[in-house]
Design a binder for this molecule. Structure first.
Ligand SMILES: *Cc1c(COP(=O)(O)O)cnc(C)c1O
Length: 220
């Protein structure tokens, strides 16, 4: 077994069947993705549209592509034909753009609302109030080519496990309370939380999708 395949197997074991693993391949060359694909893995996460699109074009078409990075509206059109899930919706305007481009491609694109749960000011994301505003908006009903399928969040980058756990718990609690907004294009079923340094805690706190890069591929 290759090192990559071993690392993936080791991480998947720690997920106890509760969460699905997304291999975060940002900055890694196409050969690394090909090796991962050949090991049988099909779920990749990238944080830049251009880089993801180049990799999409180079790889077989049964890969699930997850956009996990901060997005500009003008880039949405490049990934709309193929992206599986957008984790990083942090503005209503972006959701409308994703809907528009999904419609042009006759698709429905699954989206997660990215919620700001960390203390650091550098992390992107919506506040609880901003997320509620989107979920309560009458206009959301007209966006029939997107589906909000859950929430995404990033914990503080700290050794303080209790703090990380508390932040994940906050996201899980919001997720539960947002079930009150379920409708045709809103279904709270995914919580994308947990990275290389904190995914075991995230899984304990209810994560369904972990986004792991360096623990699989080494430091970037
Ligand atoms: C890079 C990145 C990850 C993966 O980080 P690692 O620490 O390498 O596992 C997860 N989520 C997002 C949003 C990222 O940008």
């Amino acid at each position: 077994m290759s090192v990559i395949a071993e690392n993936i197997a080791g991480i998947e074991k720690q997920l106890h069947g509760k969460a699905r693993l997304i291999a975060v391949t940002k900055t890694k060359p196409i050969e690394v993705l090909q090796e991962t694909y050949e090991a049988g893995f099909r779920r990749f996460g990238e944080n830049k549209v251009q880089e993801m699109t180049a990799k999409y074009e180079a790889l077989p078409k049964d890969v699930e592509w997850h956009m996990i990075g901060h997005l500009q509206s003008n880039k949405v059109k490049y990934m709309a034909p193929y992206v599986s899930m957008v984790h990083s919706v942090d503005q209503f305007k972006l959701l409308k753009e994703i809907n528009k481009e999904a419609r042009k491609n006759d698709r429905t694109i699954n989206c997660l609302l990215q919620i700001f749960i960390a203390e650091e000011e550098t992390k992107f994301g919506l506040s609880e109030a901003e997320a509620r505003e989107i979920l309560e908006s009458a206009e959301l009903l007209s966006l029939t080519n997107i589906k909000i399928v859950g929430l995404m969040g990033m914990a503080s980058n700290t050794d303080d496990d209790d703090k990380v756990r508390q932040e994940f718990r906050t996201l899980k609690n919001l997720f539960e309370s947002f079930k009150a907004y379920e409708k045709e294009n809103v279904e709270m079923k995914e919580i994308s939380m947990g990275m290389s340094g904190d995914f075991p805690i995230a899984v304990e706190e209810g994560s369904t999708l972990v986004r792991v890069g360096s623990a699989i591929f080494g430091a970037r």
